[in-house]
Write a protein that binds this ligand. Structure first.
Ligand SMILES: [Zn+2]
Ligand SMILES: [Zn+2]
Length: 387
């Protein structure tokens, strides 16, 4: 079966919503206008219950089926944009310099609204569908905040599903996998305290730049020498700040970066090794290293049964040949990971075609993907909540 006819009919209207949101990107938890737009649409659809302000600015709508009482499943979209300036040149480009929907969350929100409209018209299921619109996916953990606010209990959500667009994957295709599909994303900062002085008298100083350079190199032995070669781990030093003059050896150097893994034990190992390497190399040269290691999003782990349901729904819509059931995991992070720690569920990728990559200033969500995304949500709800 191809995409649903009604979903195809909805494409123009949903694309308009998507472009409206694209023009007006908002960051992190400050998605008030986006949340208000979502709430307005859900009210127009006449759904059964709308709760705002969950996880500060999240919105949940509940749609009850016509086929009797039953379980509730959650479908989740994210609403926030990124702190970057758009260069796509499209007519609906961001009107705010320094804010941009570069991850397609405008498309995710619009597609889930489209699915809510469809499901509120047809209600061809038993139980209820909770449509979840979360803030602060791009840092801030808005999904985690909604879970902590008791969202799952309040709506008696038993399963939860997420979707993200994927540039480079053809429109109309889907991809997912059982187990780890997105990485944990941690951040570290290493502050090296040396002793400053005249650049012509290095013997009277403890040079934090030379020490820092050795630490940068040594940290690369975490993936290459400490981790199991079959385990995925990325350690990237992305900042190295030190010094202010050609002839002065500074007192301090500050290194910072990110660690991504697909396994909790590898994550623990990386944190331990960053501390050991930094502190011991610093000590070897008479300096000190203060390491701050912050744990952000956990690994996004798909549950086996729910992943099978997601694959079934996608296969009904796209045909089995267009659904990759064992896609390679991505080393990016996902706030949806917290929802999957709270309830069983699955995260799936939706083809965005040959567009610029995620977080690229030329990126734009592909409106051609809209009927595929809506059809997936609808089919997933109707199959999981079949009478
Ligand atoms: Zn993103
Ligand atoms: Zn994203």
């Amino acid at each position: 079966m191809p995409i649903l006819n009604r979903a195809a009919e909805l494409q123009g209207e949903v694309a308009e919503w998507r472009r409206h949101l694209h023009t007006r990107p908002e960051l992190l938890f400050a998605v008030e206008n986006t949340a208000a737009f979502v709430e307005m649409k859900l009210r127009e659809f006449g759904i059964d219950e709308i709760v705002t302000g969950l996880g500060r600015t999240g919105v949940v709508g509940l749609i009850r089926g016509n086929l009797g009482e039953g379980r509730t499943i959650g479908l989740r979209a994210d609403m926030d944009a990124l702190p970057m300036t758009e260069t796509s040149g499209v007519p609906w480009a961001s009107t705010t310099s320094g804010k941009m929907h570069a991850c397609g969350h405008d498309g995710h929100t619009a597609m889930l609204l489209g699915a809510a409209k469809y499901l509120s018209e047809t209600r061809n299921f038993r139980g209820a569908v909770a449509v979840i619109f979360q803030p602060a996916e791009e840092g801030g953990g808005g999904g985690n905040e909604m879970v902590k606010d008791g969202m799952m209990e309040r709506f008696a959500i038993e399963e939860v599903y997420g979707m993200h667009n994927m540039p480079g994957m053809p429109v109309g295709e889907f991809g997912t996998r059982v187990g780890a599909i997105m990485a944990s994303t941690d951040e570290f900062t290493i502050t090296l305290q040396g002793r400053g002085g005249h650049a012509a008298q290095p013997h009277k100083t403890i040079d934090p730049i030379v020490i820092g350079a050795q630490i940068v190199g040594a940290l690369q032995t975490i993936p290459s020498r400490t981790a199991d070669p079959l385990a995925s781990v990325v350690v990237s030093v992305t900042k190295f700040n030190a010094g202010f003059a050609h002839n002065v050896i500074p007192e301090q150097a500050v290194l910072a970066g990110t660690v991504r893994t697909l396994r909790p034990d590898v994550r623990d190992m990386a944190e331990l090794r960053i501390r050991e390497i930094s502190q011991n190399i610093a000590a070897a040269f008479g300096a000190t290293a203060q390491v701050r290691y912050g744990r952000n999003y956990p690994v996004t782990v798909n549950h086996p049964a729910e992943t099978a349901h997601a694959i079934d729904a996608a296969s009904i819509i796209a045909g089995e040949a267009k659904v990759t059931a064992d896609i390679e995991p991505m080393m990016g992070g996902e706030d949806f990971s917290y929802m999957l720690l709270s309830r069983p569920g699955a995260f799936i990728f939706l083809g965005n075609g040959e567009t610029a990559g995620l977080h690229n200033p030329n990126y734009d969500f592909n409106d051609e993907a809209i009927p595929h995304g809506i059809s997936y949500w609808v089919k997933l709800a109707e199959t999981r909540l079949a009478a």
